[in-house]
Design a protein around this ligand. Structure first.
Ligand SMILES: Cc1cc2nc3c(=O)[nH]c(=O)nc-3n(C[C@H](O)[C@H](O)[C@H](O)COP(=O)(O)OP(=O)(O)OC[C@H]3O[C@@H](n4cnc5c(N)ncnc54)[C@H](O)[C@@H]3O)c2cc1C
Length: 160
């Protein structure tokens, strides 16, 4: 096949990373093509609960749940130890809240605060090396659709 297709950004894979890149690039006026090797979109992301850990996010702030850049970096240092890439961790902590705002403003995805017991990343789990001092619920948030699914199963009496 000799057909030549041009684009500004070629994305391989249609999971969260691919779609996040595609939406951001398209929003900034770039011509995007996404390719997917499977017959359906979504990758592992489509099976996941979609729960994300975003320090210093606006949802938490609006409910008076306060963490800090220093808390978040300390938590990551405790969890990841000497494998932590400090520059990547700082980039994540410094840009996560803006990322969340961007997707809620420019896509249909909506997040809800939810206390999710037992998840290590929630931070308020006593098994966490911060011993429950990180204000986890609210920093860990999930997409509205996931919680709708969980609520529906609960109402239907389906076991977890
Ligand atoms: C049951 C379950 C629950 C989870 N829950 C959570 C959660 O609550 N919170 C959380 O943070 N994480 C969760 N995870 C982990 C999370 O889902 C993954 O870390 C995340 O989805 C990875 O996203 P990704 O975009 O990097 O990869 P994927 O979503 O796997 O996307 C990669 C895509 O690339 C495609 N691809 C690969 N190679 C090529 C190629 N050469 N050409 C074209 N396409 C290609 C694949 O087919 C795939 O569609 C969960 C995972 C599972 C399985």
């Amino acid at each position: 096949m000799d057909e030549r297709i041009e684009c500004d950004v070629l994305i391989a894979g249609s999971g969260a990373a691919g779609f996040a890149t595609a939406i951001t690039a398209a929003h900034h006026g770039l011509d995007v093509i996404m390719v997917e090797k499977e017959s359906v979109f979504g990758g592992t992301t489509a099976f996941s609960a979609g729960v994300i850990w975003i320090p210093c996010n606006g949802h938490a702030r609006r409910l008076g749940i306060v963490d800090s850049r220093a808390d978040a970096l300390t938590y990551l240092e405790h969890e990841i130890g000497n494998r932590l890439d400090r520059a990547k961790a700082e980039a994540f902590v410094d840009n996560g809240a803006a990322m969340l705002d961007f997707f809620e403003r420019h896509s249909h995805v909506r997040y809800l605060l939810q206390t999710i017991p037992g998840l290590h990343a929630v931070g308020n789990d006593m098994a966490s090396m911060m011993g429950g001092t990180y204000p986890g619920a609210g920093i860990t948030i999930g997409p509205a659709m996931t919680f709708g699914y969980i609520a529906g199963r609960h109402l239907a009496g389906v076991a977890d």
